[in-house]
Design a protein around this ligand. Structure first.
Ligand code: SAH
Length: 201
């Protein structure tokens, strides 16, 4: 397991204001979710630390992330894992995150614009999968794309309150789900979201 103190010290060293628009930068040090535009939010630092701890990426892990958003969580994953494949449906958010992470000198991140609820089969299987938007159910495609001995962290539940789930797969492919706590994320759109995309937009 990745040590909590190591994660906390990385969180201390990473300036969260780099992931925020100018108007919110002065709130960066507050342990609160903040708006990042397009109706989306960046999580509070303690939750990012906790979810990364649960995911426990290893130095040789290949990680799939659904919901790049600001790129803040992506930085944690890219710092502790070998490679990160990150997907975001809002193009401008993805491009901005890419710019920010490039400025921080990350070279081990692959970006994909589009609906990530069905995963990114091209690079599967993944040792770790991190979902940072609330799903209606655990997408079977993501389970399929999780490697043996893999771990997935995903909030599952209705738009207002979700169970944060830790999903683990053993060597034989058996899957176990654990509820860790209650969290509140913006909703995952697309196939396993709460509403059909067309009805919302
Ligand atoms: N981890 C982010 C927070 C993301 S908020 C951070 O640290 O800033 C959730 C993000 O998931 C939003 O940017 C939203 O646009 C994205 N999202 C929602 N549904 C998605 C889907 N089906 N595929 C890809 N991204 C999605």
């Amino acid at each position: 397991m990745l040590e909590l103190e190591v994660l906390e010290s990385y969180a201390q060293s990473l300036d969260r204001s780099l992931f925020l628009d100018e108007e919110y930068q002065s709130f960066a040090s507050l342990n609160r979710p903040l708006p990042i535009g397009y109706g989306q939010t960046i999580s509070q630092p303690t939750l990012v630390v906790e979810m990364t701890y649960l995911l426990s990426p290893e130095p040789d892990s290949r990680v799939l992330e659904i919901g790049t958003g600001s790129g803040y969580q992506t930085a944690f994953l890219a710092h502790f894992a070998r490679r990160v494949y990150t997907m975001e449906r809002v193009g401008p958010l993805l491009r901005q995150a890419k710019k920010r992470l490039a400025a921080l000198k990350f070279t081990n991140i692959l970006y994909q614009e589009g609906d990530g609820s069905g995963g990114w089969s091209e690079h599967a299987p993944y040792d770790r999968i991190m979902v940072t938007a609330a799903a209606r159910t655990i997408p079977p495609e993501l389970l399929e794309q999780l490697a043996p001995l893999g771990r997935m962290v995903i909030p599952v539940g209705p738009p207002d309150l979700q169970e944060l789930m830790l999903v683990t797969k053993d060597l034989a492919g058996n899957v176990k789900n654990q509820v860790v706590e209650l969290v509140r994320f913006v909703e995952l759109r697309g196939k396993y979201g709460w509403m059909e995309e067309k009805k919302r937009e």
